[in-house]
Design a binder for this molecule. Structure first.
Ligand SMILES: [Cu+2]
Length: 191
């Protein structure tokens, strides 16, 4: 009896593995991925519902290594939209961060599991001390008055970009949660 159960479980796993290998599907609930951004665009891409207001980037020097992008993310569509990744020409690495209270009572920031979900017809705020887009491995100073472009990728693979001005701001100095990984890359705690 036990053997039979084990065998059938293995068979299911094998079938799932084959499914992954052949079609790239991730399970019965996975959305169709084959068409990528183009197919998604023809069918209400998440990027098309996305809006952003009052975007800005905290001014820093290149030596400081990283900074935050803030603003009011909006969704004027009838389905939730989720930002799952971001890139920027001014940063070697970009992450989607949240701020949480660490074991020592201090605020720490870390990658946000699942990214930023913007509810249908709703907004999701990126603010100092809360969720933000983290520009890391900066290749240049970001001085007040400058601008930088950030590209966002959504859960359906669609993308969009926006340009945000750089502004002076005191604060948003949460320490980086070293447990979140890749700490060796930037070597600097906080910013
Ligand atoms: Cu951060």
């Amino acid at each position: 009896m036990a053997d039979l159960k084990h065998t059938s479980t293995a068979a299911v796993s094998l079938a799932f593995a084959a499914c992954l290998a052949v079609t790239g599907c991730a399970g019965p609930e996975a959305p169709e991925q084959d068409g990528g951004a183009e197919a998604a665009a023809a069918d209400a891409a998440q990027a098309d519902s996305f809006t952003i207001e009052d975007a800005w980037i905290k001014a820093v020097t290149e030596d400081e290594g990283m900074t935050g992008v803030f603003g009011a993310l909006g969704n004027d569509g009838d389905q939730d939209v989720t930002v799952v990744a971001a890139t920027s020409s001014v940063a070697g690495m970009v992450e989607l961060h949240e701020v949480v209270t660490g074991d020592d009572g201090n605020s720490v920031m870390r990658e946000k599991d699942g990214g930023f979900t913007i509810p249908a017809q709703g907004t999701h705020a990126l603010e100092p001390g809360a969720d933000h887009i983290m520009l890391m491995d900066l290749g240049q100073d970001l001085e007040p008055g400058a601008e930088a472009t950030v590209e966002l990728e959504f859960a359906d693979g669609s993308t969009t970009e926006f340009t945000a001005p750089v502004k002076d701001f005191e604060g948003a100095n949460e320490n980086y949660d070293e447990g979140a990984g890749h700490s060796a890359d930037h070597g600097e705690e906080g910013h």
